[in-house]
Design a protein around this ligand. Structure first.
Ligand SMILES: *Cc1c(COP(=O)(O)O)cnc(C)c1O
Length: 361
């Protein structure tokens, strides 16, 4: 067996320890005589799995009482619609657009109701954050939506830097949740598709303040109503049981890494050595994002000579460094260095990039 260094943007690398434990428990979970995929979601075994997963997530993120944790399906894209369905209540909402994902969130919400773009950095190619004077907020908005890590453009707003605006803040944290501590109590709702930094695709996490529950009109489907899902412990219908189980193993793995403080220190070092490599070879490699808001999780970069792209991809792949091709909308390369990508993997990438630059510079 050979494991690659996996820089996929999502679905993405998972900790090897977690995969090995899942492998070991595949046929017989803790003496149950069957695996997690095969057991009733209403039985005591699965109940203990989902309860432990929620308790570990609450401990890791410091989620206060007064917030519900929902284990849903449909991906972050479903949340683009489900959020306005639940929270608009006939009012308007504001969106800050800092990349492709927040742009999509705004467009989808426009199908549901009255929402407005409060600021966009599209004319700057999504390489910076909007200046405070560019942001035109509606003080009566039902909520303000922000994507705190733009997976495609590599723009990150550390959540402690998100300012209170007097309306509930709704954050798409799909690609950097659990990568660093988050002041959850500042936010109304946090959501994330699991397949970037949590676990397998098919699970979507929503963390929502109690006061935001129960505002949805009775005309929306019950599976889309946060209050109904909260009331049923995410079990109105069958939840994505295997995804919840793997997410739970990832939460336990994170606790063994020293929690979010511990993993944040590793993530900071991974990002530091990769950006240093890109900046040092300036001209050969380039990252266009304002250093003030460069993502620690998704690092897009271009080669000064795009004619070398194919050779870069072929040679990196041969060296065991995989999924480095950039998103088609921005081109070039992208290294996604989520929690499960170890420092050693980023060091191997940096060594390859330095060598490639020397040979082709
Ligand atoms: C991947 C991603 C999405 C879309 O997630 P799906 O689960 O595929 O719907 C939304 N927002 C961000 C920031 C993402 O990275």
């Amino acid at each position: 067996m050979r494991r690659i260094w996996n820089f996929s943007a999502g679905p993405a690398a998972l900790p090897e320890e977690v995969l090995r434990q899942a492998q070991e428990e595949m046929l017989d979970w803790h003496g149950a005589g069957c695996g997690v995929m095969e057991m009733s979601h209403r039985g005591k075994d699965f109940t203990s799995i989902i309860e432990q997963a929620e308790a570990d997530l609450r401990e890791l993120m410091g989620i206060p009482a007064g917030y519900k944790v929902l284990f849903l399906q449909g991906g972050a894209t479903q949340q683009f619609a489900q959020i306005p369905m639940n929270l608009l209540a006939g009012r308007s909402a504001d969106y800050i657009v800092t990349g492709s994902w927040s742009k999509k969130a705004l467009k989808e919400a426009q199908r549901i109701g009255n929402v407005r773009c409060a600021a966009t950095t599209e004319s700057s190619g999504f390489t910076r954050l909007p200046n405070p004077e560019e942001i035109k907020l509606d003080p009566f908005a039902a909520y303000l939506h922000i994507c705190t890590n733009e997976t495609i453009h590599g723009v990150e707003i550390p959540s402690e830097r998100v300012a209170d605006t007097g309306v509930p803040l709704v954050l798409d944290m799909s690609s950097h949740i659990l990568s660093r501590p988050v002041p959850v109590e500042k936010f109304g709702l946090i959501y994330a598709g699991a397949q970037k930094n949590i676990g397998p695709a098919g699970l979507t996490l929503v963390i929502v303040r109690d006061e935001l529950l129960g505002m949805a009109p009775l005309t929306i489907p019950s599976v889309m109503d946060y209050a109904v899902m909260a009331e049923s412990g995410s079990m109105l219908n069958t939840p994505p049981t295997y995804g919840i189980y793997i997410a739970g193993l990832v939460f336990q793995w994170l606790k063994r890494q020293g929690g979010l403080e511990g993993i944040a220190a590793v993530n900071a070092e991974k990002a530091r050595i990769l950006y240093e490599c890109i900046d040092k070879a300036s001209g050969f490699y380039r990252n266009p994002v304002d250093p003030d808001c460069r993502s620690r999780m998704n690092v897009p970069f271009t080669l000064g000579n795009a004619g070398l792209d194919a050779a870069f991809l072929a040679e990196s792949k041969a060296a065991g460094l995989v999924s480095l091709k950039g998103h088609s909308s921005v081109g070039g390369m992208r290294a996604s260095i989520y929690n499960a990508v170890p420092l050693e993997g980023v060091q191997v990438l940096v060594d390859f990039m330095n060598d490639f630059a020397k040979r082709n510079g």
